[in-house]
Design a protein around this ligand. Structure first.
Ligand code: 5GP
Ligand code: ZN
Length: 120
């Protein structure tokens, strides 16, 4: 159970952070939350999200970019804890053309196998 800044009651990930919707947590600190994707596209598929409702990476700016930097600093810790020694991919979809389905900034961590070379 955690507070969300700029909480959007209609946002799935805001409600996951609060514990109102269950998830399989893998990491949490004051600023971010990480959990397993419900429909994994790789043996390891984790979502890392800020505890601030930001719609996407397109909403990042000088005032909130520290949150994204924090997440990028946490991801290697999560990857190490998951044993992703062979490498992994970090993805953040932005908007319709990228197929973003949840409008709360999230970084996918994908790994545990040789990933596709093609990204798009
Ligand atoms: P996007 O397509 O927006 O980049 O990624 C959203 C991700 O959220 C998808 O990979 C999807 O499987 C995942 N997802 C959607 N609903 C839930 C849920 O209720 N719980 C969890 N753990 N993941 C979800
Ligand atoms: Zn949200």
């Amino acid at each position: 159970m955690s507070d969300v800044k700029n909480y959007d009651p209609d946002c799935l990930f805001c409600n996951i952070i609060r514990g109102d919707i269950p998830s399989t947590k893998v990491y949490e600190d004051d600023a971010c939350f990480a959990f397993r994707d419900i429909a994994p596209q790789a043996p390891t598929h984790i979502l890392v999200i800020p505890k601030t409702h930001i719609a996407s990476a397109d909403e990042l700016n000088a005032d909130n970019a520290a949150l994204a930097a924090h997440i990028l600093a946490v991801i290697p810790q999560i990857a190490a804890a998951e044993g992703l020694t062979g490498g992994y991919r970090i993805v953040s979809n932005v908007g319709g053309d990228a197929g973003q389905t949840v409008r709360h900034l999230h970084f996918h961590i994908l790994g545990g196998k040789r990933l596709e070379d093609q990204m798009a």
